[in-house]
Design a protein around this ligand. Structure first.
Ligand code: 1CP
Length: 360
């Protein structure tokens, strides 16, 4: 496939660990509910209808790029991590949070999942949206593809939605460890094909969201989440190599698993690791020892703190990531997704401050 030439490769250089003239910046959930132009489209269309309609997914992906032209260094395709459980045959509703009418109650329910999922057929609509969006971006910024991590998807498939305690899915880990690991690997295999398909369709960087990584004790993360994350990283690289397709940078966002940073940098197999705000950037840098690039990490709630607080905290974050030098191997982002009540002009101010304070 041939696409318009890329005009801004800051994020790709940072992902490879290189020095950049300023930090590239984007925010998780940037294509979403805090934008009135998103809510206008959403008022007319169902959530998964948008995901499945390339024209609409493209439109929403481009919304923050248009609004923040010249300030934002990547687009992320509009979709959701829960399209993978759908591909496995589960029903998922969005009302307004995710709801599974028929979650997995016991390992016997695994039988209900589709065997030998034809990922390209089930999720080809995401590839179509990616290809159309990459053309429409016209090389302005790179396009990010993504999927959920197996542990995070496993939690939704068993809990049937969001959860505060993770009681059901953790019960599985402790009562049925072998069945749990087999299911985690099965989810990982779908993720591998899905990411490879997104890269073939035009994604220039891919991110794996392990939003609930920090809910596990460190040794349980090692036992249950890490193996499937490693499987995805190596599986994607192997399949791309076998198809003669150049590798793209891979980011892992293991939210809250800050104590795992040394081990993740050593052996997870990703180029970039996303960190939340509960670790100081300089400590995170020490923990990963230059083996991977970092992404993060402003507390998203600071976007409610007014311009002075945003400026002060961005300045501090930049100092802690840069250590007085040019930014190197750092992609600026929030430490988790932007939330619906943020004033889009305050997000603009965040971008402006990052441009100002991250410059070499
Ligand atoms: O009605 C609506 O419009 C629903 C709001 C919404 C949106 C805008 C949901 C429901 N998902 C999305 C888009 C989305 N989800 C993107 C789009 C690209 C972007 O702009 O970043 C992405 C990357 C996601 C990923 C996602 N979905 C994650 C991982 C990231 C994270 O924030 O931790 C998770 C956990 C989900 C599940 C999900 N989907 C939607 C909601 C409200 C949730 C979270 C529910 C919960 O807290 O359990």
């Amino acid at each position: 496939m041939s696409f318009p030439p890329l005009k801004n490769d800051l994020i790709l250089r940072a992902a490879r660990g290189e020095e950049t003239e300023r930090a590239p910046v984007w925010v998780m959930r940037q294509a979403g509910r805090y934008l009135p132009e998103f809510r206008a489209v959403r008022a007319e269309h169902g959530f998964f209808e948008i995901c499945r309609t390339a024209e609409l997914a493209k439109e929403i992906t481009l919304q923050p790029i248009r609004r923040y032209t010249g300030l934002i260094d990547a687009a992320i395709i509009f979709s959701d991590i829960l399209v993978v459980p759908q591909a496995l045959g589960m029903e998922v509703q969005m009302n307004p949070g995710p709801h599974f009418p028929d979650p997995l109650a016991t390992p016997a329910d695994i039988e209900k999942l589709t065997k030998n999922v034809d990922v390209d057929k089930e999720l080809g609509y995401v590839y179509e949206a990616i290809t159309q969006t990459r053309h429409a971006l016209n090389g302005e910024v790179p396009l990010i593809g993504f999927c959920g991590a197996p542990w995070t998807l496993f939690s939704y498939m068993i809990e049937g939605g969001g959860t505060k305690t993770f009681q059901k899915c953790k019960s599985w880990l402790f009562l049925y460890p072998e069945e749990s690991k087999a299911l985690l690997n099965r989810i990982a295999d779908v993720c591998i094909d899905f990411l490879v398909g997104q890269i073939k369709a035009g994604a220039q960087l891919v991110q794996v969201f392990d939003s609930w990584a920090g809910e596990l004790a460190p040794h349980h993360f090692e036992e249950f989440s890490l193996p499937s994350l490693q499987r995805i990283a190596s599986g994607v690289r192997e399949k791309l190599a076998a198809a003669n397709i150049p590798a793209v940078p891979m980011t892992l966002f293991p939210k809250g698993a800050n104590s795992q940073l040394p081990s993740l940098a050593d052996k997870a197999g990703y180029d970039v690791i996303g960190i939340d705000w509960c670790i100081d950037p300089a400590d995170a840098r020490k923990a990963v020892g230059g083996k991977v690039a970092l992404q993060g990490n402003l507390d998203p709630m600071l976007l409610y703190g007014g311009r002075d607080a945003i400026e002060r905290e961005v300045k501090r974050m930049c100092e802690r990531f840069r250590g007085g030098k040019a930014p190197k191997g750092w992609i600026c982002n929030l430490g988790h997704g932007i939330t619906p009540g943020v004033d889009p002009e305050d997000l603009r101010w965040f971008f402006e401050c990052v441009h100002k304070y991250s410059a070499a």
